[in-house]
Design a protein around this ligand. Structure first.
Ligand SMILES: [Zn+2]
Length: 266
């Protein structure tokens, strides 16, 4: 039997979240547009502040022998800035690791903890770093580092204490995390109304996207229809485009309880 599918709007999804601040953490320039560009556009449209962190500089991923890694990295950072502008997000934060070189180690976790304490998001969106089967190495590592950074590290002043003592940051705990690329998503955000904005944001990544916005839109519509049909939904009407996530929530009170785990987490 297939699991219950929760199709929702961003307003319903975030109705219990106390402050409108979201933070999207990804591995590469273009990840955030593909995985949650629609959700980000919907959030910023209703007044959310959305920050983005891109852990690598995207200095690989070209078939053009004339392009050096440095040229590609500069180009991809600029593409990411334009995509963020289109979605209404803030200027992205780039950690500058080499493409393919991410590791979910203490260094990366500390860098993520610092940004979580600085930006204080209530909603965090990242890759599912724990999904079984194939997963891009960098996606796995940023997903795991973010997951581990949120709890317990960010909320405990004895983790990375120099950030508290020397940089004046304070512990923080988000309320909700959405994991993209999950094998078994449990929430689907309806992004039909901003699909065109998402296509424009993805298309800002010229160096990576070999299709026109119209071709992209057509391909996504066909995929949405195929996926809806495979779930046994009626597709005679326009297939509505969605972004799929696995949701994790942390209780606000009492403060000392561990997080509510997902079914798969141990
Ligand atoms: Zn990626």
């Amino acid at each position: 039997m297939s699991p219950t599918i929760d199709i929702t709007t961003v307003e319903a999804l975030t109705e219990n979240i106390e402050e409108r601040r979201a933070f999207v953490l990804t591995a590469h320039p273009d990840d955030s547009e593909f995985m949650c560009g629609g959700t980000v556009a919907l959030l910023t449209a209703v007044g959310w502040t959305v920050d983005m962190l891109i852990a690598t500089n995207g200095n690989k991923g070209t078939k053009d022998p004339r392009r050096t890694p440095q040229m590609l990295a500069a180009e991809r950072e600029e593409e990411q800035r334009e995509a963020a502008r289109i979605l209404g997000a803030n200027e992205p934060i780039f950690l500058g690791f080499g493409d393919g070189a991410l590791r979910a180690d203490d260094e990366l976790r500390g860098l993520v903890v610092r940004q979580l304490r600085r930006l204080r998001p209530m909603l965090v969106i990242t890759w599912d770093g724990f999904r079984p089967g194939f997963n891009h190495r960098d996606h796995r590592h940023i997903g795991q580092a973010t997951y581990d950074a949120i709890w317990p590290d960010t909320d405990d002043r004895l983790f990375f204490p120099e950030q508290i003592e020397e940089e004046g940051l304070e512990p923080h705990r988000p309320q909700m995390m959405l994991l993209a690329g999950a094998t078994e998503p449990d929430v689907y955000v309806d992004i039909e109304s901003v699909l065109e904005t998402k296509v424009r944001a993805v298309s800002a990544h010229f160096s990576q996207v070999g299709r026109t916005p119209e071709q992209l839109m057509q391909a996504w519509r066909e995929r949405a229809a195929t996926e809806a049909a495979s779930r046994g939904e009626d597709t005679s009407d326009l297939p509505r485009y969605r972004e799929a996530f696995r949701r994790i929530e942390w209780p606000r009170q009492p403060r000392r309880r561990p997080p509510l785990r997902t079914r798969r987490a141990r």
